[in-house]
Design a binder for this molecule. Structure first.
Ligand code: ZN
Length: 372
């Protein structure tokens, strides 16, 4: 993967390139941020740049023998460790063909996408004890190509304590020309002793404009649509893509939201019950998307109130609705609204009874809307 294939992250890319060109490369680095921000693609581009024999000041060449080996995930000095389902196989090597297939398809994916790929039963993958032996064995070998050996550990927070403990020594005193790139979604879940041996690199949100450009150029979205989705995705390309995948549902979500606000405003109790009954049948994933959508529209309403339409990124249908709706979201109720919808999301995710939950949500919404 080349840096130019990465969505956004201009500043961080420059810092990583600068790190390599300065020759002062920290031997253990921890990239941390949600999967949709692009930590893994950055680690891959960083590795390719380091191995490239014809790199420029901006990027790897993409054509030399080293680049090709990295791109095909066949470079002998580039190693991968990731969580696996232990009852299927104990080390990452046994899942390499799945790993390659995933990376060929996209380097943007999360632990759930990965679990779906490797186990139809969706058992939780971890990095187990056997893996630490493999890591130490591989890194004690001499590099094949005479340069760096890179060990990319994806989702190191899924390591069990035994594996983590066995790695402490090699992280502290690695063999010469060894580079650890840990790619984590949540570094706070890592043992402190691992954290303290690595240099933390925060992977920030992808800028909304960069996400929008990506959606227009790669996913053929119109400017307005791309802007609306990018604003909703809040820095994560995975959120943008999952929203896009359900974009046929987009109109439905908007209608559900408008309907909810309308019946609650008019205090039509029977219509509220009907609304709750209907949304109870659309399934958990769509319910979660609806709640996310509602939170997004509330944030946009606040922006509309405080800044006019200057900063809001919504489609034209949504803008028409917001113009009428925004006055009902104010400093008097926004906190209650957000925490209620947030809590509903959390409970739906944990399989709460949807009918009861959405009925309660209606009554709460009715109360808040009249507090504005
Ligand atoms: Zn190259």
């Amino acid at each position: 993967m080349q840096f130019q294939q990465i969505i956004g992250q201009t500043t961080l890319k420059q810092e990583l390139i600068q790190e390599i060109n300065s020759g002062k490369i920290a031997h253990a680095q921890l990239l941390q941020g949600p999967a949709g921000y692009g930590g893994l693609p950055l680690a891959l581009a960083f590795s390719q740049y380091l191995f490239c024999t014809e790199r420029s000041a901006e990027d790897s060449c993409g054509r030399c023998a080293s680049c090709q080996k990295v791109q095909q995930l066949q470079h002998p000095d580039l190693h991968f460790v990731f969580p696996v389902v232990l009852s299927i196989g104990k080390t990452s090597d046994l899942f390499l063909s799945d790993w390659r297939a995933q990376l060929q398809q996209s380097a943007y994916f999360d632990l759930f996408n990965w679990t779906e790929r490797i186990d139809t039963k969706l058992r939780k993958p971890i990095i187990g004890t056997e893996e630490s032996k493999e890591i130490i064995r591989k890194l004690s070998l001499k590099g094949y190509e005479g340069g760096y050996k890179i060990m990319i550990i994806w989702q190191p927070e899924e390591m069990n304590a035994d594996c983590a403990n066995k790695l402490l020594k090699i992280l502290e005193e690695p063999p010469a020309q060894t580079l650890f790139l840990l790619v984590s979604e949540d570094a706070s879940k890592l043992m402190i002793t691992i954290q303290s041996r690595t240099q933390l690199i925060r992977v920030p949100k992808i800028k909304t404009d960069d996400l929008s450009t990506y959606l227009q150029e790669v996913k053929n979205q119109t400017r307005t649509n791309a802007d609306a989705i990018a604003a909703f995705a809040d820095g994560s390309v995975l959120s943008a893509l999952s929203y896009l995948a359900t974009s046929e549902d987009q109109d439905q979500q908007r209608d559900h939201f408008i309907q909810l606000m309308r019946v609650c405003y008019k205090k039509e109790v029977l219509a509220m019950m009907d609304w709750a009954d209907e949304i109870a049948t659309i399934g958990k994933e769509r319910q979660k998307l609806f709640l996310q959508y509602a939170l997004h529209m509330m944030r946009q309403s606040m922006l509309t109130n405080y800044m006019g339409d200057v900063l809001t990124k919504v489609s034209s249908e949504e803008a028409a609705f917001l113009e009428k709706f925004a006055p009902f979201i104010s400093g008097n109720n926004i906190r209650e609204f957000m925490s209620t919808f947030d809590a509903a999301y959390f409970q739906i995710d944990r399989n709460a009874n949807a009918r009861i939950l959405f009925t309660q949500l209606c009554f709460q919404t009715m109360r808040y809307i009249h507090q504005a």
